[in-house]
Write a protein that binds this ligand. Structure first.
Ligand code: PLP
Length: 394
């Protein structure tokens, strides 16, 4: 199909919630995406931190094709093997005792907030307060949106879920003021993604754990963007040694198919009874077969070591090659790196796309580098070279 027809159809028929560059992709392989003219793009975005094995990974493709030919959907009214296997792997490799499957990150957070409310109720405390943080992004449904900080996302849809208080990210005094005996949950990204790639300090996360324990509140880690190998650890919180009561994951788990999950302790699970939450599609055999491949690959010491090594290479290239007078800060861990500039980054992003490197932003002034985790040193060099060029020429 002619790309102009695709773009016209999109403009004419799709609700305009996205602004897209005029490129129509047809297929991908590894870090390379191809457009309708057969031009190659280096994907340093991975579909917003999703395609961690790259595009069309052969093992993933085979697993999905084989599962699709066998069984795609049964609903959650019946047992299926890929779901049970995935749950066992997630539990055996985390702090958690139980898993709840959803279809997206937002849904996972939404479920975690409901579980926290129910846990409080079961423990004879009708408390409903939820504490979130400045710059947080937890999704766009009414509950998740209520814990998302950005006014532009919130204001048009008010009133949102009541009972949410915002404390200042990385400020323990502010958290101490906000978390009290009415608090049922504290939700935080160990590394904020959309909010500008901002890591929480170990001291801050340890302090939150203490405050939650002191007040009987549940600590929820949103590892939807930073979890599952992205930081060079299986879970981002491993680096700081602080364990949550619930953890939400999603984006990369099924390598590009929609999935979300809430991992939780048995104490939380004990509060939830059959029929209290659910989903038609969640945890279906197709997505779980895909996720089993992704999880097995990521959960290898060599894979995680590669992420750490490439993360270091990326950070040193950014320091060496970017015009440092434009750089305010380089932040992040592993292959989740933000470069804050002293000006808006929109034109730099456009300059990279013009040179066929896909890079995205995280807020107005931060470039977000979240490539597939299988990225090579040579691909990093290409991307950072193009980025430096775009910054110098803009
Ligand atoms: N939480 C975090 C930290 C995210 O980065 C995102 C998506 O960007 C979400 C939640 C929402 O996930 P989804 O878009 O899959 O609903």
């Amino acid at each position: 199909m002619n790309p102009q027809t695709v773009i016209a159809d999109e403009n004419n028929y799709i609700l305009q919630t996205y602004v897209r560059p005029e490129i129509v992709f047809t297929h991908g392989r590894g870090l390379t995406l191809y457009d309708t003219a057969g031009q190659e793009y280096l994907d340093f975005n991975a579909g917003i931190a999703v395609a961690i094995l790259g595009h069309s990974d052969p093992e993933w493709v085979t697993a999905v094709a084989e599962q699709a030919a066998k069984l795609t959907h049964t609903s959650n009214l019946y047992y299926t093997e890929p779901q049970a296997t995935l749950a066992r792997k997630l539990v055996e490799n985390s702090f958690a005792d139980r898993v709840y499957f959803g279809n997206t990150g937002t849904e996972a957070n939404e479920a975690a907030l409901k579980f926290a409310r129910k846990y409080a109720l079961e423990h004879g405390r009708g408390r409903a307060k939820i504490v979130s943080f400045t710059q947080a992004f937890h999704g766009r449904t009414m509950g998740a949106l209520a814990t998302t900080a950005k006014e532009k996302y919130r204001t048009p849809f008010a009133p949102l879920l009541p009972g949410v208080t915002f404390a200042e990210f990385n400020n323990l005094d502010s958290a101490t003021e906000a978390i009290d005996d009415d608090t049922c949950a504290v939700i935080i990204e160990p590394i904020q993604g959309e909010g500008g790639i901002r890591p929480a300090t170990a001291e801050f996360l340890r302090g939150l754990r203490q405050l939650c324990d002191q007040h009987g509140a549940l600590l929820i880690f949103d590892e939807i963007q930073c979890g599952l190998g992205r930081t060079g650890y299986l879970w981002a919180h491993e680096a700081v040694g602080v364990t949550p009561d619930m953890m939400c994951i999603a984006k990369p788990l099924a390598g590009g198919l929609p999935i979300g999950a809430v991992l939780m302790t048995q104490a939380v699970a004990d509060a939830i009874k059959p029929g209290e939450h659910g989903s038609t599609f969640a945890g279906g055999p197709l997505v779980c077969a895909a996720a089993n491949v992704v999880f097995d690959r990521v959960n290898q010491p060599e894979f995680l070591a590669h992420v750490r090594e490439m993360g270091e290479h990326l950070q040193s290239r950014l320091q060496e090659w970017l015009p440092q007078e434009q750089v305010v800060a380089i932040r992040g861990a592993g292959l989740m790196v933000g470069v804050e500039l002293n000006r808006p980054v929109a034109e730099v992003v456009k300059g990279c796309i013009a040179q066929r490197v896909l890079i995205i932003n995280a807020g107005e002034t931060v470039l977000r580098l979240v490539p597939p985790l299988v990225v090579s040193a040579a691909e990093i060099d290409t991307a950072v070279g193009v980025l430096a060029d775009a910054m110098n020429n803009e």
